[in-house]
Ligand binder design. Structure first.
Ligand code: ACM
Length: 383
C-alpha cells in the first residue's frame, strides 16, 4: 500500500528580533506554498507539514534549532535563514548530518555546499547590475555603509572592486553600524556623507535599522536625485518601515511586487486572501515561496526527501516563479534569476527601471561576470 504518512519539513525563520519583518514574510511565503501543495493533493497524497521555530534573528539560536529539527524532529530538509551569519551557523550542521538547507536570500556568494540550495541572488545577479547602474547614472565615488557582519563586509568588498573598475572612481569611506543601530547612530554617518559628497551610497544595512538609515538621510535634507542610496537588501519590507523616506532610492533584486505578470499577480492575490493586505511580499518572500515548490516537485519525482535521492531531482529543475521561469543550476546549486533595478515610489513599491529579459546564470565565485551583464534592457532610464 502507498505510504500516506505526512512529510515533515523544517521551517526556520525569525519572527522576532532585528530581521523579523523580512523573516515573517519568508515564513508566510513558505506557508502559502505549503498550503498550495496540500490543496493540490500533497506530495503524492502525503500531507506536507511545516515544523516551524522562531530563530529570533540570532545565529546561535539558528544553530540550536537546526540541530533540534534534525535530531529531535527528524526532518531531512530545512527551509530557512535570512542573514548570512545564520546560514553560516546552520551550514556545518546540515553538512554534519547530511541534511539539506534551502536558503532563500540574496547573499555575498563565494560559497558552495552539497547540502545547500541557494535560491536568492548571487553577486553576479544583483551587485554587478547595481554597480553598473549607479556608476552610469550618478558617478563612481561610492560611500559604503553596512551592518556589522559577514554579508556587508563581503558585499562591500565586491561592490568596491566593481566600482573601482570605473574611471575617476573612489571608495570615499566604508563604515559599519551595529545590527540594532538606531536613527541617532546614523547621525555621524549622515554628517560624514554630507561632508564627503559621494556620488552614491551603497547600503548593506539590514533589518530594522535600514529604516533608520533612510530616515536619517531624509531628515538631513539630502537629495536622492543627486546622491541616492543603492542597495541589494532594501526591499518592500524595509520600505514599509520607513514612512516615505525610501522614495527615490534604488534596489537591485530579481523580484519586486510590481512585476506585471500573470503568475505574479495571481500569486499575490492568493497570498493576500490567505494572509491579509498588510503583508509585504518582497524578493526573499518570493524565493521562500518558489523554493518550497521546487522542493515539493523534487520530492514527488524522488519519492523521498532523503537528500541523496532528492538533490539529483532538484538540480536542473525549473519552475514558473513570480519573477519568471527559474532553474536550479546543477553545477553550483544556485539559481538562474532575472536581475532587475527598481526605484522606490510614493506607494512604497518599486518602479522597475531596468530588467533582464532572460535569466542570468548564477556565478557565485564571480568567475566570468563583467560589467554589462544585462541580458537586455527594458527601457532607457527616466528619473
Ligand atoms: C544576507 O545577510 N545574506 C542578507
Amino acid at each position: 500500500m502507498a505510504n500516506k504518512d505526512p512529510v515533515r519539513v523544517g521551517v526556520l525563520y525569525s519572527e522576532t528580533g532585528v530581521t523579523s519583518t523580512i523573516g515573517k514574510s519568508q515564513l508566510q511565503g513558505t506557508l502559502l506554498a505549503i498550503d498550495e501543495i496540500n490543496e493540490a493533493g500533497g506530495l503524492d497524497g502525503r500531507e506536507l507539514v511545516p515544523v516551524f521555530y522562531d530563530a529570533q534573528s540570532t545565529p546561535a539560536v539558528y544553530a540550536r534549532l537546526a540541530e533540534r529539527l534534525i535530531l529531535e524532529d527528524k526532518v531531512n530538509v530545512i527551509l530557512g535563514c535570512y542573514m548570512s551569519s545564520s546560514r553560516k551557523a546552520v551550514l556545518p550542521l546540515v553538512e554534519k548530518w547530511n541534511k539539506l538547507l534551502f536558503y532563500p536570500t540574496l547573499y555575498e556568494g563565494f560559497e558552495f555546499s552539497n547540502n545547500i540550495i541557494y535560491t536568492g541572488a548571487a553577486p553576479n545577479q544583483n551587485s554587478v547590475q547595481l554597480a553598473e547602474f549607479m556608476t552610469a547614472n550618478f558617478g563612481s565615488r561610492v560611500y559604503l555603509i553596512g551592518s556589522d557582519y559577514i554579508y556587508p563586509y563581503e558585499s562591500n568588498r565586491i561592490m568596491s572592486e566593481l566600482v573601482l573598475q570605473r574611471q575617476n572612481s573612489e571608495k570615499v569611506a566604508e563604515r559599519y553600524v551595529a545590527l540594532d543601530a538606531t536613527e541617532q547612530d546614523f547621525d555621524p554617518i549622515i554628517d560624514e556623507i554630507r561632508n564627503l559628497q559621494p556620488d552614491f551610497i551603497f547600503s548593506t544595512v539590514v533589518g530594522d535599522s535600514a529604516a533608520c538609515l533612510y530616515r536619517a538621510y531624509a531628515d538631513a535634507g539630502l537629495d536622492p536625485r543627486t546622491m541616492p542610496i543603492g542597495s541589494l537588501t532594501t526591499s518592500e519590507a524595509e520600505v514599509s518601515q520607513m514612512g516615505g523616506a525610501g522614495i527615490g532610492h534604488f534596489t537591485s533584486a530579481p523580484y519586486f511586487q510590481s512585476i506585471n505578470s500573470e503568475t505574479n499577480l495571481r500569486c499575490l492575490e492568493r497570498f493576500r486572501q490567505r494572509f491579509g493586505a498588510h503583508c509585504v511580499p518582497n524578493q526573499c518572500w518570493e524565493a521562500a515561496y518558489f523554493q518550497t515548490h521546487v522542493f515539493a516537485n523534487a520530492f514527488v519525482r524522488a519519492g523521498t526527501d532523503d537528500p541523496a535521492q532528492l538533490v539529483p531531482k532538484i538540480l536542473g529543475s525549473e519552475l514558473d516563479a513570480p519573477q519568471g521561469r527559474i532553474r536550479i543550476d546543477p553545477t553550483n546549486h544556485h539559481t538562474c534569476l532575472y536581475p532587475r533595478i527598481g526605484v522606490v515610489n510614493s506607494k512604497g513599491q518599486f518602479t522597475i527601471v531596468r530588467e533582464a529579459t532572460r535569466a542570468v546564470h548564477p556565478d557565485p565565485y564571480m568567475v566570468t561576470h563583467s560589467m554589462g551583464d544585462w541580458a537586455a534592457e527594458l527601457s532607457t532610464l527616466e528619473l
